[in-house]
Ligand binder design. Structure first.
Ligand SMILES: Cc1cc2nc3c(=O)[nH]c(=O)nc-3n(C[C@H](O)[C@H](O)[C@H](O)COP(=O)(O)O)c2cc1C
Length: 353
């Protein structure tokens, strides 16, 4: 059968964490759940051992028990966070409102599915238990989405491992993986979420080596080879921004420093601005409890020592020369973000004079 790529992509790209749009009043047929588990069981597993077991909870008393465990684990905290963030415009405000809604209504969800796997993770580095179950549970969620039902991947209840085992009669040598509320959705128009573009987070051949285009064969400086260093800074974003701008002003060495998105992105170029040899920038991204700080460098075909060296070299050497240059620059980028982290976290802790 020919696969309809558009539909498959749409289902994969719009299987959201549905919480507020779960239809709590419409029953979900058990056979529909079984059909989706049959689809999900087609997922790969280490050694093809068939170790996944699915607990489908429909009994209102057991659902109420799960809802209580969920509240105890994190639900009450989610409700408090929702109330504290309401109306503040905080980046987590919407997610928290949604998470708190689920915590308040979990017992009313028509079906709650607990995927499990026979065995206990032994911490060995061999392909492990979780590697044989996560992909299957995600298939289950996507299969439901294709049929008009919504799910939310949740793990908070796993903090209550012992009570969960008692409630569901789970044996000791079995690992629950997630708690998935399942319901028909109110409307079916779910959108793609903002995510990092593939080019920004995909490295070629070596960790942290990026390409803005191509890369061609053989790759050239015109393909925009680059590198990136990133880490989390536990300090207010304004403090991080202050140190980033100070660092950029020093590193730009007289070149104009452009605040492309004040508070979020600042950069500079070397060489001819119309045909730069290098473009450097910092990106600040607020995440829960920290700021993710990224420092990027993208090389260009503009005049530079590297461009001259590459132009005079044979094709295989060109690639090696670019890769070696990027590896050296990556170390410098990493040192820069580390120095900024130390300065910003010291500032935030009040330890700097
Ligand atoms: C490992 C994992 C654990 C999660 N745990 C919870 C949870 O306990 N409660 C909850 O409401 N959402 C939970 N989520 C859902 C995420 O909050 C959600 O995926 C994220 O906000 C992005 O939203 P989206 O999936 O709609 O793009 C979890 C997701 C993952 C992958």
């Amino acid at each position: 059968m020919a696969i309809d790529v558009t539909s498959v992509d749409e289902a994969l790209a719009t299987t959201r964490a549905v919480r507020r749009r779960l239809d709590l009043s419409r029953p979900v047929d058990h056979q529909l759940i079984l059909d989706c588990i049959d689809i999900a069981e087609q997922a790969p597993s280490g050694g093809n051992q068939g170790r996944r077991r699915w607990v489908v909870v429909r009994d209102p008393a057991i659902k109420a028990g799960l809802a209580q465990l969920y509240l105890d684990a994190a639900g009450r905290w989610m409700i408090e966070a929702r109330d504290a963030l309401a109306g503040t415009g905080h980046p987590q405000e919407r997610v928290m409102a949604s998470a708190a809604h689920l915590a308040e209504h979990l017992a009313e969800v028509p079906v709650i599915v607990i995927p499990t796997i026979l065995g206990v993770h032994d911490g060995s580095r061999r392909p492990g238990l979780f590697d044989s179950v996560i992909q299957s549970v995600w298939s289950f969620c996507v299969a439901l989405r294709a049929r008009g039902l919504g799910t939310a991947w949740t793990t908070a209840v796993l903090q209550q491992r012992r009570a969960l085992a008692e409630l569901l009669d789970l044996p000791e040598d079995l690992t629950p993986i997630a708690l998935i509320p399942v319901a028909w959705t109110k409307g079916t128009d779910f959108k793609r979420a903002p995510r990092h573009p593939a080019r920004a987070i995909t490295y070629v051949d070596r960790f942290a080596q990026t390409w803005e285009r191509g890369p061609g064969d053989p790759p050239t400086l015109a393909d925009g080879p680059g590198t990136v260093a990133e880490l989390d800074v536990r300090a207010p974003i304004a403090t991080v921004w202050h140190h980033v701008v100070a660092h950029a002003e020093r590193a730009a060495d007289g070149a104009p420093v452009t605040r492309e998105e004040p508070g979020r992105r600042v950069g500079w170029v070397t060489g001819e601005p119309a045909d730069p040899a290098e473009r450097w920038w910092f990106e600040l991204e607020p995440i829960a409890g920290a700021v993710r700080l990224r420092h990027r460098l993208v090389l260009g075909a503009g005049a530079s020592g590297l461009a001259a060296a590459v132009a005079g070299a044979a094709a295989p050497q060109r690639h090696a020369t670019i890769a070696a240059h990027l590896a050296g620059q990556h170390a410098a980028l990493h040192a820069a973000v580390q120095a900024i982290r130390v300065a910003a976290e010291d500032d935030a802790a009040g330890t700097r004079p």
